[in-house]
Design a protein around this ligand. Structure first.
Ligand code: ATP
Ligand code: MG
Length: 424
């Protein structure tokens, strides 16, 4: 029979790679907790309407990337392509917004029907962080210094920060008119997507990934030239906070991001070390979204980090990852010894809760078992034969040092392990 394979663009994270994922997850959990963020876990599936309304009808995501299907009741559902909308929906539904300054985060898979390539997958994972109820640029500054600290904690370097401000909906409306004028005058140079978007969503043209569009985009009017006093003051204050905190950044007037809900500040952390998929974190302010989803007016801001890209960067930068090898590997041979093995192992685990102990479950000679013990990376091999089992003893061999094996009484085994493995 032919073997069933995974779906294109949806990857297995195998044991060899998982230490990088756990490294990231561990640091994220600790760091976000330390900054006062609470974890939230919304479902992976939502009503399609939620994403259409928040991300915007005329965006790459909603137009061509969503996994949308009718359930058995004929209701249109979608696998989440991002999770800000879900977090906002949950926050409204469960009254989380009643506490101002609520900080939440979540982590998990997202789904987009994109063309799979390095750094771009159909199931990928994000860490998503949101702050509700803070209109001041202090919220932006907090998210930015926190991500800077995260890169450092992970052992990553060379990430650069770009930011821009999209201003209020009024500013966006004025800017939109300028863009329509600009792109209409150059209609011949537009690709098909962009031509269509002149009418529907001209801002999205700036987000085009098509290389042939880049020169035109580079020359387009800049949104910061449409800023009013409020928008200018907000951005200036944020930049002053970043200067004071020693954060390096570049203001990029072309940065617009791919979702419609942003208003005000948008930002991206990028690296030059991952080829075309260099954005590892993107976010911004979305002060109107809570009301647009049906909640009380509430300023909000957030970002999402792409985990696959962080994992790839850890690899490119050869960051050393802690690997948890077993401390000990217990192998038995003979009928009585095999029956005893798990009982001995459980006594050890009771006595030394931090012990990482693997019990050999295979057949074969002690020689074969010792080989498996060695391959497991364990420090000690614990060898339980029939004679040892009868005498209440076990042979202990240090796999990482030369020397004879020693006979230890099973009653003393926990103490022996603590002295030899944990005392160093
Ligand atoms: P890009 O410009 O690379 O398409 P995006 O602007 O669509 O990214 P967001 O929707 O803001 O990205 O998501 C935030 C982060 O999630 C991105 O910076 C990236 O690291 C990651 N990401 C987005 N789409 C994918 C994907 N298809 N595969 C892997 N990671 C992704
Ligand atoms: Mg994208």
């Amino acid at each position: 029979m032919n073997a069933i394979q995974a779906i294109r663009g949806m990857n297995d994270v195998l044991p060899d790679a998982v230490s990088a994922w756990q490294h990231i997850e561990r640091h994220v959990r600790t760091l976000l907790g330390a900054y006062g963020y609470e974890e939230i876990r919304p479902p992976l599936v939502e009503r399609t309407e939620l994403f259409r309304r928040s991300i915007g009808e005329v965006t790459d995501i909603v137009e061509k990337e969503m996994y949308t299907f009718d359930d058995r009741n004929g209701e249109s559902l979608t696998l989440r392509p991002e999770c800000t909308a879900s977090v906002v929906r949950a926050a409204i539904e469960h009254g989380l917004l009643r506490t101002p300054g609520r900080r939440v985060w979540t982590m998990g898979p997202m789904f987009r029907y994109e063309r799979p390539q390095k750094g771009r997958y159909r199931q990928f994972h994000q860490i998503d962080v949101e702050i509700f109820g803070i209109a001041a640029p202090s919220a932006e500054a907090e998210l930015i210094v926190m991500t800077r600290r995260l890169w450092k904690a992970l052992g990553l370097s060379g990430l650069s920060l770009e930011l821009n401000s999209l201003g209020s909906r009024d500013i966006q409306a004025r800017y939109r008119a300028r863009l329509v004028e600009y792109f209409s005058a150059r209609a011949d140079a537009l690709d098909a997507d962009s031509s269509r978007r002149i009418e529907t969503n001209p801002l999205r043209i700036l987000d085009s990934k098509n290389p042939s569009m880049q020169a035109l985009i580079e020359e387009a009017p800049r949104i910061i030239d449409e800023h009013d006093d409020d928008a200018r003051a907000h951005l200036d204050q944020l930049l002053a906070m970043l200067d004071e905190a020693g954060v390096e950044y570049r203001v990029n007037p072309r940065l617009v991001r791919g979702l419609d809900y942003y208003t005000g500040t948008v930002f991206e952390w990028t690296t030059g070390e991952l080829g075309a998929q260099g954005a590892v974190c993107g976010g911004g302010r979305y002060d109107n979204l809570v009301a647009e989803i049906g909640g009380p007016a509430n300023p909000a801001i957030g970002f999402a980090i792409g985990l696959e890209r962080l994992v790839a960067l850890l690899d490119v930068q050869s960051v050393e990852l802690p690997v948890a090898m077993p401390h000990a590997y217990l192998a038995s041979a003979g009928p009585r010894a095999s029956i005893l093995a798990h009982a001995v192992a459980e006594r050890l685990r009771d006595a030394v809760p931090e012990l990482r102990l693997v019990v050999d479950a295979g057949h074969g000679s002690f020689k074969a078992k010792l080989k498996r013990a060695d391959r497991s990376g364990a420090r000690l091999a614990l060898l339980l034969g029939e004679e040892e089992a009868r005498n209440g003893r076990i042979a202990v061999k240090d796999l990482r040092a030369r020397g004879p094996q020693s006979m230890v009484s099973i009653d003393d085994l926990a103490g022996h392990i603590v002295r030899n493995v944990f005392a160093e």
